[in-house]
Design a protein around this ligand. Sequence first.
Ligand SMILES: Nc1nc2c(c(=O)[nH]1)N[C@H]1C(S)=C(S)[C@@H](COP(=O)(O)OP(=O)(O)OC[C@H]3O[C@@H](n4cnc5c(=O)[nH]c(N)nc54)[C@H](O)[C@@H]3O)O[C@H]1N2
Ligand SMILES: Nc1nc2c(c(=O)[nH]1)N[C@H]1C(S)=C(S)[C@@H](COP(=O)(O)OP(=O)(O)OC[C@H]3O[C@@H](n4cnc5c(=O)[nH]c(N)nc54)[C@H](O)[C@@H]3O)O[C@H]1N2
Ligand SMILES: [Mo]
Length: 756
Amino acid sequence: MSDLRVKKPPEEAAGLLAALSSLEVARTMGVARAARTLLRLNQEGGFDCPGCAWPEPEAERNLFEFCENGVKHVADEATPLRVDAGFFAEHSVAHLRARSDEWLNARGRLAEPMVLDEGAEHYEPIGWDAAFELVASELAKGSPDEAVFYTSGRTSNEAAFLYQLFARMLGTNNLPDCSNMCHESSGAALKEVVGVGKGTVHLDDFEACDAIFVVGQNPGSNHPRMLSALEAAARRGCAIVAVNPLREPGLVRFSHPQRYESLLSRGTPIATLYLQVRIGGDAALFRGLSKAIVEAGAIDREFIERHTTGFEAFEAHARATSWTDIERGAGVSRAEIAQAAAIAMRSERTIACWAMGLTQHKHSVATIQELVSFMLLRGNVGRPGAGLCPVRGHSNVQGDRTMGIWEKMPDAFLDRLGAACEFEPPRAHGYDTVGAIEAMRAGKVRVFFAMGGNFLSAAPDTLRTAEGLERCALTVHVATKLNRSHVVTGKRALVLPCLGRTERDVQAGGEQFVTVENSMGFVSASRGRNEPASDRLKSEPAIVAGLARAALGARSSVDWESLCGDYDRVRDLIATVVDGCDGYNARVRERGGFHLRNAARERDFASIGGRARFSVHELPEIRVEPGELLMMTIRSHDQFNTTVYGPSDRYRGIEGDRRVVFMNERDVERLGLRAGERVDLVSRYGVDGPAAGGTSHAETIERTVEAFAVVPFSIPEGCVATYFPEANPLVPLESRADKSRTPTSKSVAVRVRKRE
Ligand SMILES: Nc1nc2c(c(=O)[nH]1)N[C@H]1C(S)=C(S)[C@@H](COP(=O)(O)OP(=O)(O)OC[C@H]3O[C@@H](n4cnc5c(=O)[nH]c(N)nc54)[C@H](O)[C@@H]3O)O[C@H]1N2
Ligand SMILES: Nc1nc2c(c(=O)[nH]1)N[C@H]1C(S)=C(S)[C@@H](COP(=O)(O)OP(=O)(O)OC[C@H]3O[C@@H](n4cnc5c(=O)[nH]c(N)nc54)[C@H](O)[C@@H]3O)O[C@H]1N2
Ligand SMILES: [Mo]
């Protein structure tokens, strides 16, 4: 039946196992090809890792500037297998739908453009021009706002810029992206209180800090190269505080997989202090830390007076919050909070890092602002060795935003775009991800177009999102690998295969490179050298250009052909439109790239009236009904978002099966369950109800996933964890974060139902 094996989680991350595991992946690519490819990974003149957005060192790069998981992402793209017309002739769409995400991905690289006609059972080959004509004719049947243009975060700056230009020339701001499900809460929170929606630290700040808070993040699996920075910091005595409901081995101990001595030793302890908060307990925790700091008078008064506003109200509010409320909300004791506060007060320079554990809750924006207030108290913004560090996910998700992929870009950007390209951009805000799904469900979307990604599996509420996609007249996916979104389609569908990061991109003007921006605002070039997976692939910029020519025709004053013939011309246009990008072409060619200016990093808060803001929030009431547990959906070590490489989660001791639910032992016992028992998980959510649970509403929808195995784990009582995307059918479309509208994938109220 099941191959599930549960082992004791290892005591440390990386080390010998990681080194061996990445070699195994390289073997599947062929050793020579693997070696050639990997030697160019994250090197100057090479390509940017298609995995996460953690930066490469600017000064000295190692010969091997990549991690075990980066190798997997590269190998996944550089696979020798192909999905071509023959494959689709053999497998009907119905047959493909019945296969797992893992199986679909493992078939290989998409090799030629394919079309699924209305009523057809198989995809069939189609020429590029016919494909562009098909999209153009469908677009022409409706208003521009009946089209949606989604972006995933692997898209280069050049492709992203052209793509948003095309959408806006067509007449819509319907530009949802994966960021809507990811760090949207960070952007929304930071913009309000420090004026810039991005992080304020650079990599070298990690060499100068005294304390690092790693909150709601699992770098061992998702940003493995960050562990090198944490390890180096730990070795020189920097204190590291981990805040996470799960005890993640990567935050406990790490041995560097590329250092010989650490292959033999037990590795470096990482977390000085590990606070196992309850899910959503971070706001209360940071309030507690702030309370301890103001009560001790350990604040940076000069910074507060010169650079901030709202301190008095915040201070009074923090003092007035009772320790009982803080302890209950956070799920950690006052004594533990005092230990963390002592670390914060001893530290002159503190960095706070965070990821999805903070962003995917109903109260995420307020929680991140609570964290910012804690940082402002001691002047930890805009000073060397200190700062705010939202750690981005996809390798270019931050760059895509900078280039204008957003449903609500500010008018200043639209003004410059319109002036440079001689048109009047639409001003009404477009759909974000959740808004797009609602519009599809309401029959308001004719064409859904995705530049990368796997919308169906990434989005919340899988079944209801599928119903939305199926109501579209045409769904189009520009992709490298086959995924579920290609087989749950509109009335007609196109799959358009594109070049990957690792591949040579030759256009009319010769060989091209693209640019990307990492999590720390550093922009650099990426140049693939591998032979393209097939001679029928186009680059993403060429696909946008082809589509724009077909759909806009004489309406567009932009010379698309010339732009995509030489990406330098796209970059010249970027330089005139995008803030901070003047001299773009020259600057990406100098010394490996350049940092975009971040005003908050310079303590310039002019955009929000000259001062950073302390904010006052009520602590969230995290309500679950009796009998409900709060569920977070997380990534395993062996996946990249919806791309599942295998059924293993080595650091958490899971092998052979991903349909598991991690539970506290006392909950297992209380509910009369046994380890390994299969249960169904049910979420019930009233439309307009509270994020966590709530069954008191008129219209309640019950959602179920079946046969998840119970795994007792080190997690607070009342909290459970499952894997994304298997548990996405449980995430209610209507449950989203205040202000950022991010689906609350880390707090879903569920019930455990025994199986007969
Ligand atoms: N190998 C690999 N690398 C990746 C990805 C991948 O799938 N695979 N995905 C990329 C992308 S797009 C992203 S956004 C990042 C994601 O990187 P992460 O944010 O690290 O990813 P998640 O697995 O979603 O993990 C969130 C962590 O938050 C914790 N958590 C959950 N709820 C709470 C909470 O309420 N409070 C606190 N303090 N912690 C909580 C979980 O226990 C878990 O450790 O990684 C990127 N890098
Ligand atoms: N329940 C739950 N849901 C979540 C999350 C969660 O933690 N829990 N996390 C959310 C987050 S943080 C994110 S970022 C989203 C991710 O959402 P997406 O970005 O939509 O999903 P990915 O799985 O990253 O997309 C993978 C697909 O991208 C395509 N691809 C890969 N490389 C390229 C390329 O170079 N070009 C093109 N055109 N296509 C390419 C491949 O076909 C592959 O199948 O999911 C979100 N959904
Ligand atoms: Mo993400």
